[in-house]
Design a protein around this ligand. Sequence first.
Ligand SMILES: C[S@@+](CC[C@H](N)C(=O)[O-])C[C@H]1O[C@@H](n2cnc3c(N)ncnc32)[C@H](O)[C@@H]1O
Length: 415
Amino acid sequence: MMLLVTEPDHDELSRIAGLSGLESDLLRGPGITRWLDRRARTLGLDPKSHRAMLMESEAERRILSEQVAVPESWIGRYPVSFDLLHERATAAKSQSGIFRVLSLGCAAGQEPFTAAACILDAGVDVNRIEVVAVDRSQSAIEMGMTGILPSMAVRGELPVCMRKRVEQSGRQWKVADEIRALVRFVEADVVSEPLPIAPGSCDIVFCRNVLIYLESDARDRLCRRASSYLRKDGVLFAGHADPRHDLLQTLTSIGRPGAFAWSRRGEPTTRTPIAVTPPTASRPFPNRTLRRPAPEIAPSEVSIAPSLASSAEVDRIRRIADRGRLPEARELAEGLLVTHPADPAVILILASIESADGRVEAARDHLRRALYLKPDDFSALLQMAVLCESEGELDVAARFRRRLDRLGSDGELEE
Ligand SMILES: C[S@@+](CC[C@H](N)C(=O)[O-])C[C@H]1O[C@@H](n2cnc3c(N)ncnc32)[C@H](O)[C@@H]1O
């Protein structure tokens, strides 16, 4: 049965996006339009009154935001960041004072629980560990407080520090009480609401995969805010697909490959060695090649009509990348992403650049985002299949290949 949906007025959506601090392109397209229609019907409202409600009600905007910025994460995501956290905690274990971690956009706690376990494993006294985890999703915060995480919270092999601290309970995962007790959950908007953290008091701030959803003012505010919580020698971890351009306004990259680690502007970064820690038995995270295949993420139904970059510009970047000038190509593509954050072509070229540079997780994040924006994008599905095959994740690759097979020769989904 064909469902008739009311196409919302774009200016109105932009205003709602602005009030929510969301990138406005993320509110366009059939998927989110269908959700808005369903939501209005559930509330017994006509679409116009529902949009008026969205303009008025912060709580309703949060529910909308959860459709866009999904509280999805997993234990030990980006292992290299946790290697660096382990080093920092080891160096701090004989000092006095609190070792404080802040996780901004913590989902259901997958990231802060891993951080707590990692610091505990490094030998920091339990009374000196404080982990504050903030998210605006009420359901995610409630889940985190119970310590019962969804099945997708574990993907592949568990990091060493969590192996004895999380156990399967049916389709869910239960985090050990000793870890749960170390994490304080706070439901708040990390861009606009006050947080119970003193400026300059955090050894580590995680701000991963939140900036990607925000409009430019909100990104700017969050970067400034996140860096203001760091101690002078603190480290901020970003996500692999988070916009470097915005981070660079207030922070300096530490230069540790794969860690996406940043320090406060103007602070010396030499304390952290550049070389990647060689894998050893005591290393908190196993070598990536030992991983079991990561399960595929269900594609979102959202597909949007973004503002598109010129194809000539994307082609120029592709040619530069093809000549092997990857840093230059990356910088140009990241610049283009600032003005066209939801253009699949720009996201895909970045994925290709990261892939060519061996930065598999960064490439994977870009491909996920491209598929979130356009679930039936032929090129994104193909790149994802090839990437999974090259990583030995054959089951996952086969699922992407099946999705490709369902696309007609013109790249449209067959009925
Ligand atoms: C994709 S998840 C990332 C989780 C985790 N940081 C990671 O990288 O695995 C994004 C999270 O950010 C949260 N989020 C997005 N915008 C936010 C805001 N303005 N304030 C607080 N949380 C926000 C979402 O609710 C979601 O849980």
